[in-house]
Design a protein around this ligand. Structure first.
Ligand code: FA5
Ligand code: MG
Length: 381
């Protein structure tokens, strides 16, 4: 179940050797499990749910905007810190810049954590309507709707004064209204009737900013972020009189709703019982789970120090158990009289493809315990 690690690959016409990404460099935190995902490009496979969804979204934009949107789906996922953060006005002290949240190849290069990393450059190059699809990377928690590699589609539309002049509203309200109509139309195109709601939120690069949530498996699931582009981003690209909107769709989340896929790990499955259920251009099919294997829960408790983070624990667990880990959940947290803090995490192991043996799970859990001690500075209880 481990993928072979290739020694080099081509990304957006650039050849990248494994040594360029994974080497003994303290400013590099990209593990093999992540390197092995580079270049997989699920979004460019027409029979994969992510590729099918991308094409369906393309259809919506082509039809409603007479092919005005330029499309990019092969931009290199290695980007500079400037592209990923500075160009979209992420403040210098924002948590998303930390080694705890983002994969750094070296101190100036990251695996993009969002497709917004390409906004500024495309605007500078004169594009006014565009879609950017690609794999993005984040150090994150583990559950059925979070994965450290996933796919986003960015959309940007720039307006000129004559677009809103006759509308009777100001430019920002005009763009916000158009944005919501565009995305609601997209949701109807993909899902027909679906329960959804808008939430006000914050992004450094848009104001106002919104998230769209869809009701799925008894919960509200966040599927996209969007908003009216900050003036400064447009100004820096020479567009002083314009206003624009932008969105970033989480393609796995949308595909989970569309195809009824219960767990985000399935997108990486090469099991024929998964892959054979989808075909190019087919949106209507619902995924039929092959028999669900039982989960096995193992708890791990330890004393932590101030260097401990949940993302680091999740990476340790994933490096050992790969896609056999379904969820890592904090179930107990207390501080004793001496000021020592203890955490207990419950790890759910479950394969999507077969039953796991006790022996196998015990070995995984043993390795997790050992690695937690050696890498995370914790003391097992
Ligand atoms: C962003 O990434 C913004 N760049 C989106 C944006 C673009 C806002 C343009 C405004 C303008 P956020 O971090 O919320 O926002 O991620 C966007 C979507 O990606 C989420 O709504 C969710 O659907 C998906 N997503 C986020 N983290 C994960 C994950 N670990 N696994 C799977 N999907 C995820
Ligand atoms: Mg969000």
């Amino acid at each position: 179940w481990r993928q072979p690690i290739v020694s080099s690959l081509e990304l957006g016409g650039v050849k990248i050797a494994r040594q360029d990404v994974v080497r003994d460099d303290p400013t590099n935190n990209v593990p093999d499990t992540i390197f092995s995902k580079l270049g997989m490009q699920l979004h460019r496979r027409d029979k994969h749910p992510i590729g099918i969804l991308k094409n369906a979204i393309y259809d919506y934009f082509d039809t409603n905007y007479s092919n005005k949107f330029d499309k990019f789906d092969d931009l290199c996922p290695l980007v500079t810190v400037k592209q990923n953060f500075d160009d979209v006005l992420v403040p210098a002290d924002h948590v998303s810049r930390s080694y705890n949240d983002t994969y750094y190849v070296d101190s100036q290069t990251v695996l993009r954590c969002h497709t917004s990393a390409h906004q500024a450059e495309l605007l500078r190059n004169g594009h006014t309507h565009f879609l950017v699809t690609g794999d993005v990377y984040r150090r994150d928690s583990i559950d059925s709707t979070h994965y450290p590699v996933f796919h986003q589609m960015e959309g940007v539309r720039v307006f000129s004064p004559n677009d809103w002049d006759t509308s009777g509203t100001d430019a920002t309200s005009y763009a916000a209204k158009d944005l919501k109509e565009c995305l609601e139309g997209l949701a109807r195109h993909l899902f027909g009737a679906v329960e959804m709601r808008w939430i006000d939120t914050y992004f450094p690069f848009t104001s106002p900013s919104f998230e769209l949530e869809i009701f799925f498996q008894e919960k509200w699931l966040e599927v996209l972020g969007c908003g009216v582009t900050e003036k400064e981003i447009l100004q820096r690209s020479g567009k002083t009189d314009n206003v624009a909107w932008a969105f970033g769709l989480g393609l796995e989340r949308l595909a989970m709703v569309l195809f009824d896929i219960p767990d985000i790990r399935l997108f990486w499955s090469v099991d024929e019982r998964f892959t054979s259920q989808f075909s190019s251009g087919q949106l209507g099919v619902k995924f039929k789970p092959f028999s669900k294997y039982p989960p096995c829960y193992k708890d791990i408790s330890f004393w932590i120090d101030e260097s401990f983070t949940e993302n680091n624990l999740c990476e340790v667990v994933r490096e050992i158990a790969g896609d056999l880990v379904e969820e890592v959940q904090l179930i107990d947290n207390f501080t004793n009289k001496k000021g020592m803090t203890s955490h207990c995490y419950r790890i759910a192991y479950r394969s999507m493809e077969r039953s796991l043996t006790d022996e196998e799970i015990n070995k995984l859990q043993w390795d997790v315990r050992e690695r937690a001690v050696s890498k995370l500075n914790v003391i097992l209880r």
